[in-house]
Design a protein around this ligand. Structure first.
Ligand code: MG
Length: 383
């Protein structure tokens, strides 16, 4: 390699100089399950991130629902745009707090890979169908996708990601059978994983408000009771007198997002200053360091409650969710009663993975439109 090129070793030196002692360093990674030669100029975490973006499951995110709003519109978030918005929040948090941006980004980019079609309605449906056979959970499925279901390397299954990225995906421990050994978890995950978690939530509470208003299911007048909205809106009303309603709404959500991000950075920085963890291992053993201040944490909980009551549990959303549950239920019923309806590559996995798990993996991987088209196809052929 030309000596002028910034090598992986150069990158390691830069990380050592730039990051706080509490950060994960790519050069100190606990490594991959299957040993591989390191890349000449990409760090282990950069490589994880690229593997995730190049996976088939990542491309399917584009056609999976985020919140099941019952209106056709090209501007609503899907799982892909949600994931990208979350990953940008993660980069901001990671840079500000001097932790490993590549790792935080990789974890967020992967965090929804195991999501079923049709959002949480799909997940609930699949979990109910698999009762007594291990159930279904999207975090567990995400680890299964990266460790087992992605199939593009000659010598192993999955993407063979580093222990640090897998730890961030795993979140709460592994209480089920998993085909690949899982990383040991301390009382808490790395700060990068805590950032990934927070970024997911900061992204969705902000963009679900936006989509909720756009869909007409939420109205601005309903938000008067929501402290975070009120605070951001009061400032916009003072500063942007002549602006249109839609500009004011967009700027209010922008202000609210900024409040959440800034508060998380400042409250976490204050705890870091107090605890002074000397390593990423110290972060794992300490009380949770990443988080909001008490005031903004409470306000964020209020906003989430508002979203549940008025958007996620809105009768129109629940009605569409029930239809989605029926689609998945029908597919599952037909596949389990006649395995010949399944593609050969799914049947080929019955021996190793078990029939029900292989069917669940297949259904969970579907996009919304594929699931609908598949059921129509089966209906059309009179099955
Ligand atoms: Mg998410």
């Amino acid at each position: 390699m030309h000596s002028w090129i910034r090598s992986r070793d150069d990158w390691a030196e830069e990380e050592a100089a730039r990051l706080g002692p509490w950060a994960e360093r790519a050069a100190d990674s606990r490594g991959r399950v299957h040993e591989e030669t390191e890349h000449p100029y990409r760090s282990a975490f950069q490589r994880d991130r690229d593997r995730i973006v190049h996976s088939r499951a990542f491309r399917r995110l584009e056609y999976k629902t985020q919140v099941f709003v019952p209106h056709e519109d090209d501007h609503f978030r899907n799982r892909l745009t949600h994931t990208l918005e979350g990953s940008q929040v993660a980069r901001t948090l990671a840079r500000a707090l001097r932790v490993n941006e590549d790792l935080a980004e990789a974890i967020v980019l992967a965090h929804d890979l195991g999501h079923t079609p049709f959002g949480h309605a799909g997940e609930r449906a699949l979990h109910a169908l698999l009762e007594g056979a291990g159930g279904f959970d999207h975090n567990r499925q995400t680890l299964r996708v990266v460790d087992w279901l992605e199939d593009r390397y000659p010598n192993f299954r999955g993407l063979n990601l580093t222990a640090e990225t897998r730890e961030g995906i795993l979140k709460h421990g592994c209480h089920w059978e998993h085909p690949v050994a899982v990383p040991d978890l301390g009382p808490n995950p790395s700060l990068e994983a805590q950032i990934a978690d927070a970024s997911d939530e900061i992204a969705y509470v902000s963009h679900d408000l936006d989509d909720g208003l756009r869909s007409g299911l939420l109205e601005v007048a309903m938000l008067d009771r929501v402290v975070l909205w009120q605070g951001a809106r009061a400032q916009i009303d003072r500063e942007m007198l002549g602006a249109s309603e839609s500009t004011k709404n967009a700027q209010t959500i922008r202000g609210l997002l900024n409040t959440l991000v800034t508060d998380w950075v400042e409250a976490t920085a204050a705890r870091l200053a107090e605890v002074q963890p000397g390593s990423a291992t110290d972060v794992r053993q300490a009380d949770r360091l990443g988080g909001h201040s008490e005031a903004v944490g409470n306000a964020r909980r209020d906003l989430k409650r508002f979203l549940f009551e008025n958007l996620y549990d809105h009768p129109d959303v629940l009605r569409v969710s029930r239809e989605a549950e029926q689609v998945l239920g029908e597919l599952y019923r037909r596949y389990t009663s006649d395995e010949n309806l399944l593609p050969a590559q799914v049947r080929a996995r019955f021996d190793e993975d078990g029939e029900l798990r292989a069917i669940a993996d297949y259904i969970a991987g579907m996009t919304d439109r594929f699931a609908r088209a598949e059921l129509e196809k089966l209906d059309g052929s009179g099955v």
